[in-house]
Design a protein around this ligand. Structure first.
Ligand code: GLN
Length: 486
């Protein structure tokens, strides 16, 4: 069996027809993991193969919705009884006593958690290099990063050692690695997937997202993990009776039914090769009926600094709970006062980037600077939202590059925080506004994947997925291209 082209849809179809096929699939999958994983380091923890197969076969026999589908889960999403480290030393021994709601839904529908994927420490980064567990490598070029912070989730799917995965997206962490690895990455409207059990980085921006090989696969899993959750008061019920999957398959929708807009500021500073690939794709979409206009939104230049001010402020507060008392690593506290004890634990437990953000975040929130930075950032966030909702109403979805460049080499960006933060210039807008955004594979530049990003107003998820599905029909799905591995 070759599993390179088996995504969620193909898996479910095969597994429901023949539970025996499931055990064959899993043995090929684990064999491939054995070969490929040492090269890319996409997992921090893997499920026990025997237990996973047993669960999956049983689930397929019971004809559950997911029929034993293996799902890889980013290691900042809580899994009962399975280590959840956030890519940090401080949580290196943390085993959650409960499942995140998204994980619980997957299990309840007969899915199997295949493993926990590598990430930038506490999801802070864009390259998966700040993980305590070593960097993940890009399956398309092992000298390059897979993007981040959900780099493990994207690399595992790209390398075909997971058919689909969950990630988290605070400022682009699902879409950026999807674009660098030739996969589809979707961040829904804030609230569409419950954040219960997602270990917080910046709560007003955090959202669980999905990485897969096709838009269809994303919609299939979204039907399972979306929904209002009493355990997350910011979660919402998507206002549509129809399933995401069946509505994108609706044959009555054409490209000509959608409108899209290019924001000139989002094309500034984009690598010329990336620009060429994307402009060619957009030309193709236009000739297939998509109406595309171009406008300028000067305020969008403020999105990146606004994002980083809010994200760091929220992070400094969220990460205050890691003190070595309740969970994670601890030391003998005798003989030192609690201030010394906490700083010792935090000193050894957190990496450089996390410390940098805690320090900057505390500074941003401190007296005298609160008004100057934090309050100002909140105001700009509100203005941006108002402006963009109007743009969406008048001109349709914003189409842009997902990232201004293709995957950088390992080590290239990590020592210069400003260079690292600049990778997020296209993606943070969706998190500030709270709307959905997706990155779809659009081709290759210099042998490396390029992603096309669509961003829309809150609750346009269904339309956005339908548009992405139509785009995929025209430009081809990432499913057909597997990196040369294994
Ligand atoms: N790269 C961005 C940051 O470091 C986004 C991270 C994310 O979405 N989790 O904040």
């Amino acid at each position: 069996m070759r599993i390179e082209h088996i995504g969620v849809a193909e898996y479910i179809e095969n597994a429901r027809n023949d539970p025996e096929w499931v055990s064959e699939y899993y043995s090929v999958l684990f064999e491939r993991i054995g070969k490929v994983e040492p090269e890319i380091n996409s997992y921090i923890t893997l499920a026990d193969p025997e237990k996973a197969v047993k669960n999956a076969v049983e689930s397929a026999k019971r004809k559950t919705t997911l029929a034993g589908l293996p799902v890889a889960v980013k290691d900042n999403i809580s899994t009962k009884g399975m280590k959840t480290t956030c890519g940090s030393r401080i949580l290196s021994n943390y085993v959650p006593p409960y499942d995140a709601t998204a994980v619980r839904s997957i299990k309840e529908h007969g899915g199997v958690i295949l493993g926990k994927t590598n990430l930038d420490e506490f999801a802070m980064g864009s390259t998966t290099e700040t993980s305590f567990y070593g960097p993940t490598r890009n399956p398309w070029d092992l000298d390059r990063v897979p993007g981040g912070s959900s780099g493990g989730s994207a690399a595992a799917v790209a390398a075909r050692i997971a058919p689909v995965s969950l990630g988290s997206d605070t400022g682009g962490s699902v879409r950026n690695p999807a674009s660098f690895t030739g996969t589809v990455g979707f961040k829904p409207t804030y609230g569409v997937i419950s954040r219960y059990g997602l270990i917080a980085y910046a709560s007003s921006l955090d959202q669980i997202g999905i990485i897969g090989l096709s838009v269809e696969d994303i919609a299939l899993l979204l039907d399972i993990v979306s929904g209002e959750d009493p355990r997350d008061s910011t979660s919402i019920a998507y206002p549509s009776a129809k399933s995401f999957y069946s509505s994108i398959k609706d044959g009555d929708r054409y490209l000509g039914d959608f409108k899209a807009v290019l924001v000139s500021e989002m094309w500034r500073g984009v690598d010329p090769d990336v620009n060429t690939v994307l402009k060619a794709v957009i030309g193709k979409l236009e000739s297939n009926g998509l109406e595309v206009t171009e406008i300028s939104i000067p305020e969008i230049e403020y999105a990146l600094p606004t994002y980083y001010i809010i994200a760091m402020a929220e992070a400094s507060s969220n990460l205050a709970r890691y003190s070595g008392m309740l969970f994670g690593i601890s030391k003998d506290p005798s003989g030192v006062d609690w201030v010394k004890y906490y700083s010792r634990i935090r000193g050894i437990g957190f990496g450089r980037e996390v410390k940098r953000r805690i320090i900057l975040g505390s500074y941003i929130l401190s007296e005298g600077f609160f008004d100057q930075y934090y309050l100002k950032a909140l105001k700009i966030r509100r203005l941006l939202k108002q402006r963009l909702v109007k743009v969406y109403g008048d001109h349709g979805f914003i189409i842009s590059p997902t990232t201004p460049i293709t995957a950088p080499r390992l080590g290239e960006n990590i020592d210069d925080p400003l260079k690292l933060y600049a990778l997020d210039v296209e993606t943070v807008v969706a998190n500030l506004v709270g709307g959905p955004s997706i990155s779809v594979p659009a081709g290759f530049a210099g042998g490396l994947p390029v992603g096309l990003q669509i961003t829309g107003p809150p609750l346009s998820d269904l339309d956005m997925l339908a548009l992405a599905y139509r785009i995929e029909e025209i430009i081809g799905s990432g499913k057909t291209h597997a990196p040369p591995l294994g």
